[in-house]
Design a protein around this ligand. Sequence first.
Ligand SMILES: O=C([O-])[C@@H](O)[C@@H](O)[C@H](O)[C@@H](O)C(=O)[O-]
Ligand SMILES: [Mg+2]
Length: 429
Amino acid sequence: MSDDTTRYDDAVRVTGVTITPAAFPDPPLLNSVGVHQPWALRAVVEVHTAGGLVGLGETYGDAAHLSLLSDVAATLTGLDAYDIAGLARRVTTVLGTAEAPDRHGLTGHSSPSKTAASVIAAFETALLDLQGQAAGRPVYALLGGKYRDHVPFAAYLFYKWAAHPGAEPDGWGEALDPDGVVAQARGMIDRYGFRSIKLKGGVFEPAEEIGAVRALRHAFPGHPLRLDPNCAWTVDTSVRVARETDGLLEYLEDPTPGIGGMARVAERAAMPLATNMCVVQFADLPEAFERGAVQIVLADHHYWGGLHASIQLAKICETWGVGVSMHSNSHLGISLAAMTHLAAATPVLQHAVDTHLPWQEGNDVVQQPLRIIDGAVQVPGEPGLGVRLDPDALARMHENYLTCGIRERDDTTYMQRFHPEFELRRPRW
Ligand SMILES: O=C([O-])[C@@H](O)[C@@H](O)[C@H](O)[C@@H](O)C(=O)[O-]
Ligand SMILES: [Mg+2]
């Protein structure tokens, strides 16, 4: 073996993995299952190599997921960062048929393969970051090249309280009616220049939320709009809302539960239906596409198995004439970078990508977070993901994690603390 090969192998040979749970402030955002707790959880993955490189990944920080991550991390020593197949083999060997339920928020049903996919994804991002650093290439180049220089993101609006009970207002204000929603949209658009708008619904009676959509359409006539009630409606209610919002929405997201329910709505709705809840793994695609249940799949590399798997998903969707865009949960700057590279390398991407990032503004684990300007993130050209960890920020967020007492996301129990009459019902209307 030549010296060059040895150096190259060492640069990407894994010597250890650090997983650090982190907590950061989250505003009281309302959804169909309750309200966000004051702290959101993530885990930062650092994969170290013999050559002194560190690859970064970001994933869920709930206890069940952390335990799976640490079981797998222990087996990664010696892995070559280019060996994503080897990563997948280790994950399936370690996890077997383990199934972790969704404790991070409204991403549909769980299964052993979805559980494995979410663990693979956490490490794959870090390995891609390493590959890019070693090769001097950005992650998008490792995915096949970029199809765009800027990735458009959408303003992600939520009904919300002015403050968590007993805490100071968070600066975004209350949004509990159409005026509040329009004011929130204006704040986000002024700050980030978003050109598309998504409203998280499923919080109030459908008529109230249709009113908010109309108010948004009136205030922002040129911005494509979406409404996502996270399965809060029956098939009949969904069809009624679809009729009343005909011409107002670019798509309606997860109006009702299940592939069967979505197929029945799709037969009678004029606009496309999108999902991040009924099609959440490859095994869901055949039935959903054969029945015409969804016209847009909102991919999320965090549970679809990583960036490579998401590119494969996009190709399958394209083959079936189904659109693709991206789902988001509360996240930090490592995920934003991964999403940006993935979106850049996805050949057909018809809709602005979701991001919760504005809700986490001012809190990040990376030194110079990618910025949303004019509604888009410029695709970074530096090697790897193009973001560097801020160790002090991570230490602070880890301390938050240790003291906040939250170990999994539970919007329902938190809501019931202030509104004991609140019941989890799906569909609700
Ligand atoms: O953060 C939330 O409340 C969202 O509702 C999130 O949990 C969903 O997974 C997501 O953003 C969605 O599009 O369904
Ligand atoms: Mg959704």
